[in-house]
Write a protein that binds this ligand. Structure first.
Ligand code: CP
Length: 309
């Protein structure tokens, strides 16, 4: 396979396994590039990319911008909080105004699930979903799988548990789709109130006991409790949540094997993960961030090569 089967990256659910392998093989080459003294290639000198962020971001926004600049694309950045969206402009009008400045690709984070799909049907640019509400965060899932592949050699056959607030998490959903597509065994773990009722229909196991989940897995992907998406309480207190679902060094050291610890960020230290775990040698959290640039370079490069045809 030499090109993606899609013209947009809207979610992992639209990808084939071959797409993921092509993205990873391309990311391998870009990872080599970004570790050179000159970390830049001229591949996308004729491409202009708009990064539209209607919701807060640190890692994803910086990672996309760096990936685009490493590929020599022209980059413009838009933050909804400083824009005319505040004056009532619609999403389509905002994007069409930006596209009239001859933009080829739009990377968008938006609080509404399906915003990327909507845009892809209404504007003539390649769309990359950088997180749409509690729906999908495809590049996060790709960089997570890429980091597992790098650490353990392969994703297929590995036991991966995703721990925490599955109900409100776009990272969980995209990871489940990506990991299942690659042949991993997936479980989710958390309080019942934070596990969606449909979750087993996605082919994942459910475990409410963190110790049992950690004893089973090769990799634990720890998720943040997404308080910003909660209008009611889902557990009695943060302290109780941390006691039952926070991973600690004592807990990890009591297992009879060494597991890999991941987290998409931002971390709430002392809640879902203690500092001594986040900063331990079992943690690949900063490797995930580093790999994010290479994986996003691969996604942008592969989508841009379809625009040019
Ligand atoms: N992982 C992630 O999406 O982080 P940001 O919200 O900081 O982009």
């Amino acid at each position: 396979m030499s090109e993606l089967s899609v013209n947009h990256l809207l979610g992992i659910k639209y990808l084939k396994e071959e797409d993921i392998q092509l993205i990873f093989e391309t990311a391998d080459q870009f990872k080599e590039v970004i570790n050179r003294p000159i970390k830049k290639v001229p591949s996308l000198r004729d491409i202009t990319i708009a990064n539209l962020f209607f919701e807060n971001s640190t890692r994803t926004k910086l990672s996309f911008e760096l990936a685009e600049k490493r590929l020599s694309a022209d980059v413009i950045n838009f933050s909804a909080s400083q824009s005319s969206v505040k004056k009532g402009e619609t999403l389509i009008d905002t994007v069409n105004n930006i596209l009239s400045m001859k933009v080829d690709m739009v990377v968008m984070r938006h609080p509404n699930p399906g915003a990327g799909v909507f845009l892809s049907k209404n504007v003539s640019a390649s769309i990359v979903n950088a997180g749409d509400g509690a729906h999908e965060h495809p590049t996060q899932a790709l960089l997570d799988s890429y980091s597992i592949r790098e650490k353990l050699g392969d994703v297929a056959g590995k036991n991966i548990v995703i721990v925490g607030d599955i109900l409100h998490s776009r990272v969980a959903l995209s990871n489940i789709f990506a990991l299942k597509l690659q042949g991993a065994n997936v479980k989710v773990c958390g309080p019942k109130t934070l596990l969606p009722t449909y979750i087993e229909s996605l082919g994942v196991g459910v475990e409410t006991n963190l110790r049992k989940a950690l004893e089973w897995c090769d990799v634990a992907n720890m998720l943040r409790v997404q308080n910003e998406r909660m209008d009611i309480s889902y557990f009695p207190s943060t302290r109780e949540y941390a006691q039952q679902y926070g991973v600690t060094k004592t807990l990890l050291d009591s297992l009879d094997k060494e597991i890999v610890i991941m987290h998409p960020g931002p971390i709430n230290r002392g809640v879902e993960i203690t500092s001594d775990v986040a900063d331990s040698k079992q943690s690949i959290i900063l490797n995930q961030v580093e790999n994010g640039v290479a994986v996003r370079m691969a996604v942008i490069y592969l989508l841009a090569s379809k625009i040019k045809k």
